[in-house]
Design a protein around this ligand. Structure first.
Ligand code: SF4
Length: 307
């Protein structure tokens, strides 16, 4: 039944880590930017908006599928690379459709790029919030402009900052994805320190830490092969995480490094549990001998079917 709903996405599709229990409603396919070097999340799919009629068709199926659950559907995520790039009036129509088929929904979320947020006025964001768009997930990736430019992110540190502050001013909560190893060997320290300083100026609900992997279909593979980009070893990615965490000064944020790309699984509340998390990193750095690291590295390469 659900195959029909998600048929364009292929074998898998991504939703924000914080939305694992939300019902995913297909809104867009692919990402409107689609130029980041490290990314193959969209598996070659061109950006496409499914249109209101098709979204409603899928909602009818989802409604039927979830109709005999004991608990009503309260959380919905708009599926797709960045559905938040759509015009505000379209997003509001989609929200109305979602509420028609899931009347008890309390929270609607989606992935968003900083420029999607900056293109909307504060009044538009407030309106979206009023209708139920209460949470977004932003791929900040790095706080270093050199790193962002190298990977063709199309967004600067300052734009990320302005977008996040704008969300806070509209009381829309958000999680931020950041990526260990995105600066490679050359910009590892800068990636950690500048990302920490950017995040310390804002107040995300969750910081989701992932580690760079070389996806088969990503343009970055070519740069790794020709030596333009040198990846961090697993050990160095943990060292980078340590610098990041040491320099993070958060007020009330979950540090979530449980993503499967990470060598070390960590999760805790900042600032309260910062020392506990740092102790875990220090312990891992002491204990992991080179052999264990090599095995982890081999596993990771196999896991992501690289080169
Ligand atoms: S990383 Fe995000 S913004 Fe960049 S191309 Fe992939 S989906 Fe789009």
């Amino acid at each position: 039944m659900l195959d029909e709903v998600y048929k364009e996405y292929g074998e898998y599709f991504y939703v924000p880590m914080t939305q694992g229990y939300s019902v995913a409603v297909p809104v867009t396919l692919g990402c409107s930017w689609d130029k980041c070097l490290y990314c193959d999340l969209n598996q070659g799919n061109r950006f496409k908006f499914f249109g209101l009629e098709e979204i409603e068709n899928r909602l009818k199926i989802l409604n039927k599928f979830y109709s005999n659950r004991k608990k009503p559907v309260e959380r919905v995520v708009m599926a797709g690379g960045n559905p938040f790039c759509l015009d505000t009036d379209i997003l509001i129509e989609i929200i109305h459709l979602i509420k028609t088929y899931f009347p008890q929904v309390k929270n609607i979320s989606s992935f968003a790029r900083a420029d999607d947020i900056l293109r909307k006025s504060k009044d538009e964001l407030l309106e979206l919030k009023k209708f139920g768009m209460g949470e977004l997930s932003i791929g900040v990736e790095s706080g270093n402009d050199g790193v962002l430019a190298f990977h063709n992110k199309g967004i600067t540190r300052e734009e990320n900052y302005r977008a996040l502050i704008k969300l806070e001013e509209c009381d829309i909560s958000y999680s931020t994805y950041i990526m260990l190893g995105l600066g490679g060997k050359r910009l590892s320290k800068e990636n950690a320190i500048d990302t920490a300083s950017l995040l310390s100026m804002v107040n995300p609900q969750v910081i989701i830490v992932v580690t760079l992997v070389s996806f088969k279909g990503a343009k970055l593979v070519e740069k790794i092969r020709n030596g333009e980009f040198e990846r961090l070893s697993v050990l160095d990615s943990i060292k980078e995480e340590k610098i990041l965490l040491e320099n993070l000064h958060m007020r009330n944020t979950i540090f979530n490094a449980t993503h499967k790309t990470n060598a070390l699984i960590l999760k805790g509340k900042l600032p309260e549990q910062k020392d506990i998390l740092l102790n875990k990193i220090n312990k891992a750095l002491e204990e992991y001998d080179q052999r264990a690291m090599r095995n982890k590295e081999i596993y990771k390469w196999r896991n992501w079917s690289l080169e």
